[in-house]
Design a protein around this ligand. Structure first.
Ligand SMILES: Cc1ncc(C[n+]2csc(CCOP(=O)(O)OP(=O)(O)O)c2C)c(N)n1
Length: 208
């Protein structure tokens, strides 16, 4: 019955972060991906360690600011920020900054499992009705949407790969464990990422 409804009218399906992360990574070439603290980056790591991936270790809420910086510095490269609901709730102002700066090459994916899963699954505000996609729209990110199922998520990622405005894609996810655990080596993660997103042409004043 519900399958025949347009996607936007179907109820939100609770999906698996690790499966969708793999689906996203399979669609990528040289796009940068910033994985948020904890499970967001664990699943990114498990989906294949691309040099264009950065794994945030330590601070909640910094995924979107880091991704925004990369998007502004390299407008020719698409950038994905993968963030948990708890972490985004800690840094909501960042959505207004994204709206104001309007980087066309930035897409935010929010894995909303309604909990701080990695620290013991305490409930976040989204378990009590806070709607992060509505908040993003209110902050000025007009292209903020919920993914209704896996195919819908894939279609929004395809759109993000060609979008002309920043996007946010919200996904309701379950609390299944991540598919792996990121190696805890921040300096190596940083060095590999810096090399992985090195501009092809030398920067002004830089010798090739
Ligand atoms: C600023 C800050 N506060 C608290 C913590 C402790 N902490 C680490 S991960 C985490 C929960 C993250 O929740 P969410 O972003 O929803 O991701 P999930 O664990 O659900 O995948 C908390 C509270 C931290 N690392 N940084």
């Amino acid at each position: 019955m519900t399958a025949s409804l347009p996607a936007a009218q179907r109820p939100l399906k609770t999906m698996k972060r690790s499966e969708l992360t793999r689906m996203l990574v399979e669609k990528l070439k040289d796009e940068a991906v910033i994985g948020g603290i904890g499970h967001s980056n664990f699943d990114l790591w498990a989906a294949g360690q691309r040099p264009q991936n950065f794994y945030m270790l330590g601070s909640m809420g910094l995924t979107v600011p880091i991704a925004l910086g990369v998007a502004l510095a390299q407008p020719a490269r698409r950038v994905f920020a993968l963030e948990g609901d708890g972490s985004l709730l800690m840094q909501l102002g960042t959505l207004g900054t994204v709206a104001a700066l309007r980087p066309a090459n930035l897409a935010i994916v929010v894995w909303d499992n309604e909990s701080y899963q990695i620290t013991g699954a305490q409930k976040t505000l989204t378990a009590h009705g806070t709607d992060l996609v509505a908040i993003a729209r209110g902050a000025g990110v007009a292209r903020a949407v919920w993914a209704h199922d896996e195919a819908h998520f894939g279609a929004w990622i395809d759109e993000a790969l060609h979008a002309d405005a920043p996007m946010m894609i919200g996904v309701k996810t379950d609390t299944s464990p991540p598919a792996g655990i990121t190696e805890r080596d921040p300096s190596r993660i940083r060095a590999r990422f810096m090399e992985g997103i090195r501009p092809v042409a030398p920067l002004a004043g830089e010798h090739a």
